[in-house]
Design a binder for this molecule. Sequence first.
Ligand SMILES: NC(=O)c1ccc[n+]([C@@H]2O[C@H](COP(=O)([O-])OP(=O)(O)OC[C@H]3O[C@@H](n4cnc5c(N)ncnc54)[C@H](O)[C@@H]3O)[C@@H](O)[C@H]2O)c1
Length: 350
Amino acid sequence: MLKVGIIGCGTIAQVRHIPELANNQNCQLTAYYSATPQKAEKMAERYGGKAYTDLEEFLSSGLDAVCVCVPNALHAEISVKALNHGLHVLCEKPMATTLEDCESMVEAAKRNGKKLMIGQNQRFAQAHVEARKRIEAGEIGDILSFDTVYGHAGPEAWSGQKNPWFFDKKRSVFGAMADLGVHKTDLMHYLLGEPIVKVNANLCTRDKKYPDGSLISVDDNAFCLYQTASGVVGSMHVSWTQYGEEINSTVIQGSEGVIRCYTDPKYTLIVEKKHGPVEKLELDTVGVNEEQTSGKFFNSGVIDAFVDCILQDKKAPIDGEEALKTMRVIFAAQKSAQTGEAVWIEENKK
Ligand SMILES: NC(=O)c1ccc[n+]([C@@H]2O[C@H](COP(=O)([O-])OP(=O)(O)OC[C@H]3O[C@@H](n4cnc5c(N)ncnc54)[C@H](O)[C@@H]3O)[C@@H](O)[C@H]2O)c1
């Protein structure tokens, strides 16, 4: 039985990590640590285990693994500390806020022989898993291009606060590009089987404001033109200003057909062959925020995959190296937005 602890007992811990760990038969929630101790106590009361107010004591309490669910700027420091304590780590996305920090996490996992996984959960959505299989099997021929979109009304609804830490550059560092863009960039790496190597980006702040009426200092919209090593081209638009129904869709065009993921509320995967039938599959529902916060149990799959990779001693499905490829794209997009030029990502070509 794997003993798992939670660091940071806020929204994502409460709606995903803790209930999904509690639902997993192979692990036990034994410890909680949060900057807001009342939240840790509340979780310990509800799910069992002990709340700690001292991080060292928490890390030395006989745990096998931890979930790091704190604001972005703290991911690297806390993850490296836990890895150095000999614990496996599932860290929330975005991995970290500088390239050096991301690399230090990969290095700490290697040095300590522990699993490091990043919560880029889009890969586990059923339509995406099925789309990957169809692409791998060559059902739509050679991949030509893609369009992927992720938009919701912003982190205010998610966090229940009008001015959440996501708007505070010191704690979030990034805006929509890293909040939602990491998900969709990682998803494209997974679906295409190769990473993005070139990016042209426009990151902008169109509408989100601080209480004093000034625009927030991180992006609320990001538009990217991507290219992979084999020449596949595509677009990604992520947004915190989608003030209608949430959108989280991907269309992939191939020489022999098209695959549509989550473009239709009923048929979450549609495979259209160039000279053949249109196949419409009712798989899962799209993993939008509303679904996670509705109070109903929703299994993202990311927690089970983390537990499984530790127990089976398998490579983590989104390990540090894989997440690093995504983060390089995020940093390249920031650079491209600043300079107005396309940025090549040499490391992702290797
Ligand atoms: N995978 C996803 O789809 C997804 C969705 C939402 C959020 N997230 C990520 O999860 C992380 C947390 O987001 P959230 O929405 O839960 O935020 P939140 O503010 O609701 O929760 C963060 C918690 O961390 C605690 N905390 C702050 N500093 C700490 C410290 N030094 N030590 C211990 N605890 C500390 C806070 O008290 C708070 O309870 C972020 O990195 C965010 O990007 C991921």
